[in-house]
Design a binder for this molecule. Sequence first.
Ligand code: GDP
Ligand code: MG
Length: 181
Amino acid sequence: GTELGFTEHLFKVLVIGDHKVGKTSFIKRYVKNQFYEELKTTIGVDFSMKVIDWDGHTRVRLQLWDIAGQERARGLNRVYFKGSSGAFVVYDVTNESTLDGALNWKHELDCQEILKNGHPIPVVLLANKCDETKMCRRNVSLLEKLCQEKGFVGWFQTSAKKNINVDNAAKFLVKQILQNT
Ligand code: GDP
Ligand code: MG
């Protein structure tokens, strides 16, 4: 609500993608600035909260939903997606099939989640584990094109491990979400 010109927002943000692409790692890096080589597969849904003092009169609370082991339980998606303001779709640059997975996730989101203004929610594609391999220019331009075709608002090469572009990607998504409010 607004009080003396100060606004607080609570946004639900989904972090989805195939198993092992680094969803939990991305969230842990972003929220706690921590990274683990070994992570337990999370069971159920995990929530993390990140509070961002966006500017002098805006505070944003991001509630990050980690799909946590529901990768194969697609039937639950409708409930899970409900009320979300934005999403990260993550794939692993070292595992090409996870990009197909990411596109499927995007498609499912588009089918289900629509904002009150009729627009789809903003979705950012994360090409994670970029510390493992350098993306060649050709692949970069292919990805640019893919993003436009599939309606991602943007994409980032990220590394949860080396803390590359994690904050930038989040800032970018929040900016897109705020434009919808
Ligand atoms: P999730 O199943 O999508 O939640 O994936 P996890 O976050 O559990 O990560 C799966 C594995 O990938 C773990 O062993 C992580 O340590 C590793 N991992 C996650 N992000 C990165 C990254 O940016 N770079 C590298 N090299 N490994 C990563
Ligand atoms: Mg996980």
